[in-house]
Design a protein around this ligand. Sequence first.
Ligand SMILES: *Cc1c(COP(=O)(O)O)cnc(C)c1O
Length: 370
Amino acid sequence: MGKIPVFSLQSEIESLKSKLMDSIENVLLSGHFIMGENVRAFEEEVSAYLGVKYAVALNSGTDALIIALKAVGIGEGDEVITTPFTFFATAEAIHQVGAKAVFVDIDPRTFNMNPSLIEQAITPRTKAILPVHIFGRTAEMDEILAMARSYRLKVIEDVAQAFGAEYKGKKAGTLGAAGCFSFFPTKNLGAYGDGGLIATDDEEIAEYSRMLRIHGSKKKYHNETFGYNSRLDELQAAILRVKLPYIDQWNNQRIQIANNYNEWLAGIPGIVLPESADFHRSSHVFHQYTIRILDGKRDRLQKNLADQGIDTMIYYPIPVHRLPVFQDDSISLPIAEQASSEVISLPIWPQMETETQKTVVKALESLLKI
Ligand SMILES: *Cc1c(COP(=O)(O)O)cnc(C)c1O
């Protein structure tokens, strides 16, 4: 039995090889590598897919967050309410624009920000709410948007893990002022390098983001403000254009694999499975299939699985508010802290074979039934 990775691009690349090679070759032959036809077309194709007016392609999801925060006017002295149960970049971006990340605890059932805790975290300095659709499950956007409306806050969505997910018929990333996507290779829509994107219906946000993307200039050498070098390159855009038409199919395959896990792991003692995909009006595109292992057995289980050649991941072993750079002993977010000690993400990728999945299930079964 070969090793089972936690994620694999091998069959995707094999099945798309000739299309990928053609589009890569076209870019090479065009000699145009920065801000060309592929970036323009990709932005158009993504905005059509998402149902949004503007898409601004960037060089990472982290930059998408930083640039979106700046474009909605967040800066020095402002506070942004977010979740501690996310990848560091969410809170890092808030810090990098000069604002303070204010963490609210999560809903133990979804791992997403608990909207009923937002109001008590609002101060006169609060300017925005930054929900993350963690693991591919949409956050509770109705409640978040309603709170934002009553306190006149901006909502920026971190959609890095949820490309293609929907909330009540609208695509995640199109519900707030701006949606920030990542095309890191392991994301549901991944490039073969770094990439990111801002989606928005707001022309000003789009224009300002485009300007920040190229050193704060609309016209070359007529720089109007301090920006970044944050362009998606033509090769990545060309690769993403090959992959975009498959995203719904791939997300559905992920959902099928998650359904299999839910069915086959049901009844094993000591584990908690994800709530069904439509829990809380959310949808779930299973960027990760994450379960809880109770009774302090998680780390031992992970090691035992590794010994059998099965890779798993812990997203996230330390909630962001407990990382040394944010550490503040007065903050206690017990639900996120408990989640960090219990979660484990099992192997999942769209082309994962049933037999491979059954091997993972059997291993878990035999390790947990003792
Ligand atoms: C991946 C990720 C990011 C950062 O995206 P990069 O493209 O790696 O910069 C931000 N937030 C979340 C939740 C992520 O998973």
